[in-house]
Structure formats: structure tokens, C-alpha cells
Design a protein around this ligand. Structure first.
Ligand code: G6P
Ligand code: MN
Length: 432
């Protein structure tokens, strides 16, 4: 089985490669537009225990031809693009974040045309391949790619499974055997039911237990009072919505955006590892730890300034989700995973073609969303609003349609005026 990784010079590629040990993958092809980054990542891989042979493709066509699985993990515009996506909205007084708010829309506008080109080349050269999309903003990028690839593209994220596992542990259950109901869009979903192996519902007990809620990431982010009032456990990215004032203030107070931090931190890693290839792996490990420990720093500052625990770091990880998905398809396992797939009839108020993030059963035919309990009006309302934003973003990117882009930005709940939206569009179009 041949696996291709687009964005093969990406910082997280060694995590994926490490997870391939003992799998059915017989060869890995890396493709990246930046040869310097590929060289560094190859030195890191070279220091890992031997895994499947790695080759580097010279162009996209060579990379996808003959692939059985394609992991698409690109960052169009690089970290420098992310820095601007975050800075431009912040200068207008609204949240700038990689995937949330105006920042996510700017990132989507830049990424979708490239993702579509990838989808077209896969459809032409590897029509039987499964595309696993890691590329953020994962919901809208998967939505755009699905217009070419249909159910052969599946979007992934590690935050929902991380939430499930953390909540299960906090409730005293085995994270590997719980059953759950999670539904929403990427970075905008809710865990509404969590049952142990015996079928007992654990969520009401967990919500009533302040000490248990204080023991894991989402409990600390949102606080016991709000979680009880809400009656479910939201994805960590909903912190930017529910606590918009506090998170925006914390992001502005941080002095440096997450993108700027990563540009510096990752830039140092790639520079040093290029000069000292023998130390590439050690440098990578240290950089990875630093990245994980500082994740959500502003949200943590906005909710009392706590540190991430080791259990918050062990959420399952992108690599694990991707591998579990690939295995479930290759071995026809019937595994349950939370994935970004076509809605079908899961949320009747949404278009059947809309990409949602929900619990799926995965086998050789792909991922099938499982029926889920009806959404409450507040959650459904937010989902509909954000799906309209995503759809407008895809339309804007596809047809270079400025009105659609303005609609996407102005309709986002974290952008408080169409005039602000218009200025963000103008500033984003200026040369860096
Ligand atoms: C989580 C999110 C991802 C995001 C990652 C890294 O895992 O689900 O979508 O890419 O965090 O975020 P960072 O801010 O470190 O780039
Ligand atoms: Mn994600």
C-alpha cells in the first residue's frame, strides 16, 4: 500500500511516519514545494527506527500517481501566511486565529484553490485513492475537495477525539471503550453523550462534578458553571465564541500571535536542523514539546492561566486519527471515528452535501455518519451560520468572487461589522 504525504516537509510528518511502523504501508512518497524543508524532515526520519522506504516526488503528478492513500497536509502561504491571517483581523479589533473567525476565512480563501487542484490531480491520476485531509481550515477545505472527489476525501481533526478521551478519563471510564455522540462542524462541535462499556450515561455525572471538570482541558477552559448551563462539552475551539471578549483580550495582550510564535520557533528549528542534520531529531523533539506546551496559551490565560497536563497532551493526535482511518478502510474494520464527511441525513436542517464533523463507521467503502440525536436550537443555529460562512468562502475562492468573500467575513459571528469585513479584505489583498 502506497502512501503519499502532500506537505511532506511539514513539521508533523515525523509523527505520522513514526505511527506507520508495523502498518501495511509499503512505501511513502513525500511532496513539498519547499525542498529545504523536505531535506530537514528527511534527516529527522533518518534518525527514527526504520519504517517504510521514503522517496521524494519532484512534482504533484509524480507524487499522487499510483497512490492508495494521500494525506494532504499543506500550509499554503507557509507560516508567514498564517501570521498575516491572524494579524490583519486583530488590527481591525476582531479575532485573528488560524482556523477561527476572519483568520480562518483568509486562510481558506488562499488554500481552497490549491486544494482543488490537488483533488483534480488525484481524480485524474489515482482515482481509486482515498484522500485524508489534514489541511486547515479542515471543514471548508474538505468541503471544496469533496466537490471533485465525493466521499473519497475525508477530513480529520484530533480535537474531538481528544475531548472524548479526556472527558472519559475525567469520568473514570476507559477512553478506549466509551461510546459517544459528537456532532458539529470542524472546530465547532459538541459532545452530548458519553457512555461506558456497560452503556451507562456518564455526562450528567461529569457535569455535576466540579473536581472532575477541573481535571481536564475543556473543563478548565469553559468552567463548571457554563458547562452545566450549556449541558454538553464543547470543542476547545468554541472557547473563542463563548468567551469571545476574554479570548480576544488575551490574544491582543499576548504581544505575539500564535502564528508569529510558530514562525519564529519553527524557523529556528528548520534553520538549525539544516546546519546540523545529525541533531535534527533531537531538535525536532524539543521543538515539538515546546509547541504542544504552548498550545492554546491565550485561551488558557483567558480562563485563569493554567498549564496543560500530560493527559491534555495525550489526546490521540493527528497521526493516530489518520492511521486509524487508513487502517479502518484498508482492513474493512467498521471502526468508529469522528470525521469530516458528507452530512447525508445526519443533520436534516443542513444540505446533504455539506461537510460536517461527526461520529462515523469506517470500512472498505469509506466513512458513513451514524445517526445522532437532534441538535438543540442554539447549536444548530451556530452550525447553520458557520456553514453559510464556509459555503461563501468556498464560493469566493472558486469564482474569485469578492461579494462572496465579503459575505463570508461579515456573516461570521466573530466579525462585528461589514465595514470591518471590507477593510479586512482590502488589507489582506495588500502585498506583505
Ligand atoms: C489542534 C487542531 C489542529 C491544529 C493544531 C495545532 O490539533 O485541531 O487543527 O492544526 O492544534 O495548532 P498550532 O496552533 O500548534 O498550529
Ligand atoms: Mn483541527
Amino acid at each position: 500500500m502506497r502512501l503519499t504525504i502532500l506537505g511532506g516537509g511539514g513539521f508533523r510528518v515525523p509523527l505520522v511516519y513514526r505511527a506507520l511502523a508495523g502498518s501495511e504501508v509499503s512505501g511513502v512518497t513525500l511532496y513539498d514545494t519547499d525542498p529545504g524543508r523536505i531535506a530537514v524532515i528527511r534527516s529527522v526520519l533518518g534518525e527514527l527506527p526504520a519504517g517504510p522506504p521514503v522517496r521524494v516526488a519532484r512534482d504533484l503528478d509524480e507524487a499522487v500517481r499510483g497512490a492508495d492513500f494521500v494525506f494532504s497536509a499543506m500550509r499554503v502561504g507557509g507560516t508567514a501566511g498564517r501570521v498575516r491571517d491572524e494579524a490583519v483581523p486583530l488590527a481591525e479589533g476582531v479575532l485573528g486565529q488560524e482556523t477561527v473567525g476572519a483568520g480562518g476565512i483568509l486562510y481558506g480563501l488562499r488554500t481552497i484553490p490549491v486544494a482543488l487542484r490537488v483533488a483534480e490531480r488525484v481524480a485524474a491520476l489515482a482515482p481509486g485513492a482515498w484522500v485524508i485531509n489534514f489541511t486547515n481550515p479542515a471543514g471548508m477545505v474538505t468541503q471544496a475537495m469533496a466537490s471533485v472527489l465525493g466521499p473519497r476525501v475525508i477530513g480529520i481533526c484530533d480535537s474531538p477525539v481528544g475531548l472524548v478521551r479526556r472527558a472519559a478519563r475525567a469520568a473514570g471510564a476507559d477512553p478506549d471503550t466509551v461510546a459517544y455522540d459528537y456532532v458539529g462542524l470542524n472546530h465547532l462541535g459538541w459532545l452530548r453523550s458519553l457512555r461506558d462499556a456497560a452503556g451507562r450515561e456518564l455526562l450528567p455525572g461529569l457535569l455535576a462534578d466540579s473536581a472532575a471538570l477541573g481535571s481536564f482541558e475543556e473543563g478548565r477552559l469553559f468552567g463548571a458553571e457554563w458547562l452545566r448551563a450549556l449541558g454538553s462539552l464543547p470543542n476547545e475551539y468554541l472557547h473563542y465564541y463563548y468567551f469571545r471578549r476574554e479570548t480576544l483580550a488575551a490574544v491582543r495582550a499576548a504581544g505575539e500571535t500564535r502564528g508569529a510564535f510558530l514562525e519564529r520557533q519553527q524557523g529556528e528549528f528548520f534553520d538549525r536542523a539544516a546546519r546540523e542534520p545529525d541533531r535534527a531529531h533531537a531538535l525536532w523533539e524539543a521543538t515539538r514539546r515546546g509547541r504542544e506546551e504552548t498550545y492554546l496559551a491565550e485561551s488558557r490565560a483567558a480562563s485563569g492561566g493554567w498549564q496543560r497536563d500530560s493527559c491534555d497532551l495525550d489526546g490521540g493526535g493527528y497521526d493516530q486519527v489518520a492511521l486509524a482511518l487508513m487502517r479502518a478502510i484498508a482492513q474493512d474494520r467498521g471502526t468508529r471515528l469522528i470525521l469530516n464527511v458528507r452530512n447525508g441525513a445526519t443533520v436534516p436542517a443542513l444540505d446533504p452535501e455539506a461537510i460536517i464533523e461527526t461520529v462515523c463507521e469506517v470500512g472498505a467503502d469509506g466513512a458513513r455518519p451514524l445517526p445522532s440525536a437532534a441538535l438543540g436550537p442554539a447549536e444548530l443555529g451556530l452550525m447553520l451560520q458557520l456553514k453559510a460562512v464556509e459555503t461563501a468562502t468556498v464560493e469566493a475562492a472558486l469564482f474569485k468572487d469578492r461579494e462572496a468573500a465579503l459575505r463570508a467575513l461579515a456573516l461570521h459571528p466573530l466579525v462585528d461589522s461589514p465595514a470591518v469585513a471590507a477593510r479586512i479584505l482590502e488589507r489582506a489583498a495588500e502585498r506583505p
